[in-house]
Design a protein around this ligand. Sequence first.
Ligand code: F6P
Length: 519
Amino acid sequence: MATTQQRCDRAPAWAQLQSYFETAGRQFDLRHAFVEDAGRFARFSQEAPHVFADLSKNLLDVRVEEMLLKLATECGLEAHRDAMFAGEHVNNTEDRAVLHTLLRAPAGAASNRTAGELQEVHATLDAMLAYAEQVRGDHTITDVVNIGIGGSDLGPQMAVLALAEFTAPGKRFHFVSNVDGHELAGVLRDLAPEHTLFLIASKTFTTAETMANALSAKRWYEQSGGTDIAGHFAALTTNVEAAKQFGIDTTFGFWDWVGGRYSLWSAIGLPIALAIGADGFRRLLAGAHAMDEHFRTAPLAQNLPVRLGLLDVWYRNFHRFTSRGIAPYHSALKRLPAYLQQLEMESNGKQVDASGAALPPGLGTSPVLWGEPGTNGQHAYFQMLHQGTDVIPLEFVAVRDAAHDLEGHHPKLLANALAQAQALMVGKLDAGGHKNFPGNRPSTFFVLEKLTPESLGAFLAMYEHRVFTSGALWGINSFDQWGVELGKVLAKDIEPRLATGDITGLDASTAGLLERLKR
Ligand code: F6P
């Protein structure tokens, strides 16, 4: 385990939290808490750059927060955070630094140790943004197709949609991630090679799905009469050599210290820059940097990502909640839950600590994250959130100012968000039987004044640091993803069997299914 990290279940405050949970935490009632403490909203709200968070409708009191903050200190959270910012190899299983924060640092803001990297970051950023501006000015390119998966898809896709308001007209953006040929074929159907730019986005440039899609796109381009690969294909990758082998000369690189799910700030963000322009992309970075500075310098008790990460530990390990819902009340944030799923579940879905030792029973790590835009969810699964047998903390993301002028819509939307959070907490106990709501169901309510590149950047950086915080306390390495490997290896073995029908050595279920699926 990295020396700066100390597992939370071994820290003295852990036992105190456990006994407090048994005596007071389990029975905590939000309705009483608000009656007893007129200052609760202020006490449990937090201002951070571009983001306001109301944590007051969560199942926690001052005593719990104090103990959680003590736990964070005992676990060396600040030292671990500083080690990440300083470029130490906190990704110990891959022996890598974790420096996505450097991607949004202004020139000259790095320590001596990372100054060289920051210079490279800015040189690449300038080149990529110059290219983005050139393509934006090229009116023959009407369609941009990003081919990538996981972090090479979810971040850019989510952000391009979220910032559609800032996108200049004249270009359509398509995202192809799935190896399912229906997806690529569906996109290609409406494209003309001379008007299309393909971005092959892959940190490793080896990911099977992306390589299959990239090859098919290239074949389609050539078969449709295209001859200018250099003008119609660009690669976004750390593996410049492999891109070259593939036949792509226009490459924007990044570095092994940028994790896939933390990469939208790097060359992987090119679709975002194409959509919102160089200035817009710099504003996105600036918003994230402002949140980085907040996380790096604010005292733990007023540090939004820290308070959120500690709440996550409290819910996961004491209340034993296994899931968290995300309800963005803004249709442009439609892909936010999918993006956050990878960010949190791929980072913190671990069962061994950073030293490789099994975590003890009860030290649960990443919850399941899921969600849909708010009012849609209300007419689908909110029933279960209000009256089901499980308690699921919900996160509301509301934007104060609308980007449209359709009369009456925005107040209706915001009223729904407020009402749902209120209903979850207050409940209704006098209607009888089927109509009763237990209430006391926790939620966090985020407010952005406007959905802008800055506020989106800040919100996403907040989430990254929150995931860092809970991962640091759990003592896990939040920056590797070995759990994705086994399935990839097995798929390689199975693929030729679908043609040959060979079932030797397969378990009976896989063999039976293969028999059904083979042609
Ligand atoms: O699913 C595993 C993973 O490695 C993710 O972490 C990553 O974002 C994705 O695959 C895509 O990887 P690459 O950018 O190397 O194609």
